[in-house]
Write a protein that binds this ligand. Sequence first.
Ligand SMILES: NC(=O)c1ccc[n+]([C@@H]2O[C@H](COP(=O)([O-])OP(=O)(O)OC[C@H]3O[C@@H](n4cnc5c(N)ncnc54)[C@H](OP(=O)(O)O)[C@@H]3O)[C@@H](O)[C@H]2O)c1
Length: 299
Amino acid sequence: MTSFGCFPAISPPPSLLTRPSFRTRSVLPFQNRFCRFGVKCSSAEAGVVDESNSAAIDVVADIKSERVVVLGGNGFVGSAICKAAVSKGIEVTSLSRSGRPSYTGSWVDQVNWISGDVFYANWDELLVGATAVVSTLGGFGTEEQMLRINGEANVVAVGAAQKYGIPKFILISVHDYNFPPFLLSSGYFTGKRKAESEVLSKYPYSGVVLRPAFIYGKRKVDGFEIPLDLIGEPWERILGAVENFTKPLSSLPASDVFLAPPVSVDDVALAVINAVTDDDVFGIFTIEQIKEAASKVKV
Ligand SMILES: NC(=O)c1ccc[n+]([C@@H]2O[C@H](COP(=O)([O-])OP(=O)(O)OC[C@H]3O[C@@H](n4cnc5c(N)ncnc54)[C@H](OP(=O)(O)O)[C@@H]3O)[C@@H](O)[C@H]2O)c1
């Protein structure tokens, strides 16, 4: 079992764990993920007695229909998740205080944007019929604010999702950067680890925790676009090239501030899609595992 900084190891350990196909497990909580339909086929050619009544073929197929609720769907990471989900034909609802974003795009019109605060959410409106909840809730501020948005907000969301029988919960958390314990005890990391424990304890066989480090892409702020990819992409490539030389340094405290590979916002989004669509995926995902998961659903 792996432990993270000053935090106790969370069970199950970080890995791409597999679990039995859900068909062999209790089906009830998962029923809303599938609709079953039957088709009766028959044919009669010249000279052939029509036996359509007796020779009808029953075809029963399982069609998977996903409906994902993204908490913070208009944020930097949340919007990439909504966009990727829409492109995969997944129905998407977003909850955030500011609601629909000001920018436009064909995928934007396909998301159901709901304005609201997670602490006062109308869960009936949001969760009935959902197959997964993805939380991107998190951020910086005072100690109290960080504990609230990284920790409590997610604890509330996990509780609501469990109450409504949503089969999967996916949390965007954070890499620990090899920080020494005194830094990991800040409200930001304490909140994140509290949220992770909640996901993994309430969703032991389907909860997913992604732990990216720096996420790059085009971040939209007040009508402007900040091209974080101009830093993140080359940084990721350079670190990949010198990986063998930098490995020995990774045991140094806080070394991951420079050595943890950045990950593109699109890869984070695709790792989420992989988790939403693959029932056999659960547990904690490291940076490398996020990239691996993303590559599975890349076209
Ligand atoms: N960006 C990175 O490099 C990075 C790296 C590692 C981990 N992460 C983690 O990834 C997650 C997403 O990060 P991000 O950069 O996408 O953050 P972001 O752009 O600030 O997005 C946060 C989203 O949460 C919503 N939100 C905040 N408080 C809310 C509340 N009380 N009720 C409902 N919605 C609320 C925000 O919308 P409103 O303000 O309109 O409510 C926004 O949509 C965070 O948990 C962060 O810690 C980010």
